[in-house]
Design a protein around this ligand. Structure first.
Ligand SMILES: Cc1ncc(COP(=O)(O)O)c(C=O)c1O
Length: 478
């Protein structure tokens, strides 16, 4: 493509993205296509000759867009958010333009040094202990795997890397921990049977006393407790495990202490929410995802460690072809994780933090939390709705409950959920809390306004009325 054509399409695509972001409400939140519908419109074989950008772009709009679920939609209330923002998008454009592969300092000194700086900014912003060092991983799943591999090496005095894992090491996490803990423990060789899930209290947070009991029982059996993964902001209900007592147990028994704060970590930029990290001084490693709530395009996961030496000793490799004359003076981030090749992810984070400032980001997070508390009050004050978990941040777990039996309640809530999503106007996902089918209202998309949350509640009431006719006698949406 000639430079002038590249510019022409570049301007056109930026126009398209700007319009897309401002007109998202014209799309159904969740793609309405059937399985295979997109693939069937695409040629089975690659084109022999190059095609024009006009044709490619036309097909993008005609074929691809109908198969897109719109994560930036203001009525996105599903999973957790995966926000972008204008600043982040523009930085991604520059990143793509430079096309750098930032595996070591030498392959782009600015990428490494900017990563060090933005990680230190993030550390300060969320109040992690001074001295913790950061690295950007692709996802929280990878960061947790990295933590588990490091814990494995620490527990075996770095023997597992040499000889393979021969000891029965145990990982502990609450029964509400994310599935990435199981995946990581399997990949790291702990084995599924050696993940011991600790019961949670009525607020779905890990019970420290039960953790201590489990560790003692395992030690008595000759197993080797290795690592505890606590969650701040569980996926189902955003419960926060109490880091202080858990951390003290880890210190007493010499266990690696990893914290998964994938979604909730961003909330710690608010002084009034810092309590979620009380006890964080005990942690060995910590992860949160700016790609969830901090307006930074997927993927961008910030991973912090107390002792980078243990981390790099776990991962470092020194093949001749990667050696450089400055290795003793610089950070080579290839030794801070699994992959060798690395994207320049620090740039988008730098753009976002500079463009919004701490106060700009705080205002957005605070507003999401306010909207969620408003929604929680509506649920609590309605006779036929039940609040299913505390709402420390911006996720409300709720269900319809008109007093029928538990099994029937699960059925009617499943039906209720389907009817809501079938409208295409909003998108909610569900979970199970202590066996109960629960809908999750997640408020965390940059573009969401109070109007969107009010409309969502109106729609939820409308669908509830279809299922519980007596609701019709009650008032209109608040
Ligand atoms: C608590 C928690 N941990 C980990 C993850 C996995 O995140 P990622 O997609 O970055 O691997 C999630 C995803 O939502 C999560 O909620």
């Amino acid at each position: 493509m000639e430079k002038e054509s590249f510019k022409k399409f570049g301007y056109q695509f930026i126009d398209w993205v700007a319009d897309y972001l401002s007109e998202l409400e014209k799309y159904p939140v969740c793609s309405q296509v059937k399985p295979g519908q997109i693939k069937n419109q695409l040629p089975k074989n690659p084109p022999k000759e190059g095609e024009s950008m006009e044709e490619i772009f036309m097909d993008f709009q005609r074929i691809i867009i109908p198969g897109i679920t719109h994560w930036q939609h203001p009525s996105w209330f599903a999973y957790f958010p995966a926000n972008n923002s204008p600043a982040s998008i523009l930085a991604e454009l520059l990143t793509a333009g430079m096309g750098s592969q930032c595996m070591i300092w030498k392959t782009s000194p600015a990428a490494t040094e900017l990563e060090e700086v933005v990680c230190e900014w993030l550390r300060q912003m969320i109040g992690l202990p001074e001295g913790m060092a950061g690295v950007i991983q692709d996802t929280a799943s990878t960061a947790t795997l990295v933590a588990l591999l490091t814990a494995r090496e620490k527990s075996t005095n770095f023997e597992a890397n040499q000889k393979g894992l021969r000891m029965p090491l145990v990982v502990y996490a609450s029964e509400e921990a994310h599935s990435s803990v199981e995946k990581g423990a399997k990949i790291a060789g702990f084995g599924k049977e050696f993940i011991h899930y600790i019961p949670t209290d009525e607020n779905f947070a890990l019970i420290p006393e039960k953790l201590k009991e489990a560790i003692n029982e395992d030690k008595a059996k000759g197993l080797l407790p290795s690592c505890v993964v606590a969650t701040v902001g569980t996926t189902s209900s955003t419960a926060c495990d109490p880091l202080d007592p858990i951390g003290k147990i880890c210190r007493r028994y010499g266990l690696w202490f990893h914290v998964d704060a994938a979604y909730a970590g961003t909330a710690a930029i608010l002084p009034e929410k810092r309590w979620i990290l009380k006890g964080v001084e005990h942690v060995d490693s910590f992860v949160f995802n700016p790609h969830k709530w901090m307006l930074t395009n997927f993927d961008c996961s910030a991973y912090f460690v107390k002792d980078p030496g243990v981390l790099t000793r776990t991962f470092e490799i020194h093949p001749e072809y990667l050696k450089t004359g400055v290795d003793a003076q610089v950070n080579n981030y290839r030794d801070w994780g699994i992959q060798l090749g690395r994207r320049f992810r620090a740039l988008k984070l730098w753009f976002v933090i500079r463009s919004y400032g701490i106060e700009g980001l705080q205002a957005i997070i605070r507003e999401h939390i306010r909207l969620a508390q408003m929604f929680k009050d509506w649920v609590k004050s309605h006779e036929y709705f039940e609040l299913m978990a505390p709402v420390p941040l911006s996720v409300v777990c709720f269900r319809l409950n008109d007093g029928r039996g538990e099994e029937e309640l699960n059925e009617i809530n499943k039906e209720f959920h389907e009817r809501i999503n079938q409208t295409g106007k909003i998108f909610l996902t569900h979970t199970a809390l202590k066996g109960k089918y629960v809908l999750r209202m997640v408020i965390g998309t940059r573009t969401t306004e109070e109007r969107n949350v009010r409309e969502a509640w109106g729609l939820i009431l409308e669908k509830a009325k279809e299922l519980i006719p007596s609701l019709k006698k009650r008032g209109e949406p608040k």
